[in-house]
Design a protein around this ligand. Structure first.
Ligand code: ATP
Length: 242
């Protein structure tokens, strides 16, 4: 892991509009090391836009972002090395096999002796027996698993996951939950979006609702942690008004 900056991700004053349409407005965000922030929000609230900004795929109009202490605007390559992204598109080459894709990305990330790591991530996502199948011949859920393998390949400090459970069967969801728990136990961080309240609250250390262009953290003021019924109610209430 990278020598820790104070926070894994820190964003200040993020603004993003599409034309005249403001999506994110003076948004602040702070994710500590070793934690998962789960973002909820109505369709169109801006969750994907925020993740795409953090992933360096979309430029914010205003604001500053640091990932593992690296300024996203001035050091985008440093940031890209430290993030793993699972979005709505897999970022895999359809005509290449899973293994060929992972080897390609391992080289891109400059991983030395990448063969064992490629085997390891294929095993982690349960795709060892499909390693040499072309991506386009895999089911949606398998393609999602391959995308997760690509995202974790270089052991990035921060995982950015947009509805990662989408299309996964129950067993794969459970594998992903275990993987994310190990990820944060190792001191790394995760920002993920989901529409599944129960799943999000069971995986997250912090819950936020994206609403009116900002992230509203749902604090829990008793000792029950994020799974306490009061935080579930707070998130559900915040979502109702969206
Ligand atoms: P969902 O829950 O449906 O996935 P979301 O919270 O992820 O929604 P975004 O995809 O970030 O929402 O979209 C936020 C707003 O920005 C929407 O109004 C959307 O139409 C708009 N938007 C997103 N991308 C673009 C784009 N490339 N050009 C124009 N408008 C866009």
């Amino acid at each position: 892991m990278t020598a820790p900056a104070t926070e894994a991700v820190q964003a200040r004053g993020i603004e993003k509009s599409y034309g005249e349409w403001p999506v994110l407005w003076n948004l602040d965000l702070s994710v500590p090391w070793g934690q998962t922030l789960v973002l909820f929000g109505a369709n169109g609230a801006g969750k994907t836009t925020l993740l795409r900004i953090l992933a360096t795929h979309v430029r914010p109009d205003e604001g500053s972002i640091a990932v593992a202490g690296h300024n996203l605007r001035t050091r985008p390559d440093e940031v890209r090395r430290r993030i793993g992204v699972v979005g709505h598109r897999s970022l895999l080459y359809d005509d290449m096999t899973c293994r060929e894709n992972l080897v390609y990305y391992a080289r891109l990330f400059g991983l030395k002796d990448h063969k064992p790591r490629v085997d390891e991530v294929l095993e982690k996502v349960g795709l060892s027996n499909r390693a040499d199948h072309r991506v386009r011949t895999l089911s949606n859920g398998m393609q999602k698993r391959a995308a997760i393998a690509r995202a974790i390949l270089h052991q990035p400090d921060v995982l950015l996951l947009d509805e990662p459970e989408g299309g996964l069967d129950l067993e794969s969801v459970s594998i992903l939950g275990t993987l994310l728990a190990e990820w944060t136990d190792a001191g790394r961080s995760v920002i993920m979006t989901t529409h599944d309240l129960d799943l999000g609250l069971s995986w997250g250390h912090q819950a936020g609702v994206l609403r009116g262009g900002k992230v509203h953290l749902q604090d829990n003021n008793d000792s029950s942690g994020i799974t306490g019924s009061n935080i579930r109610q707070a998130v559900a209430e915040a979502l109702k008004g969206c």
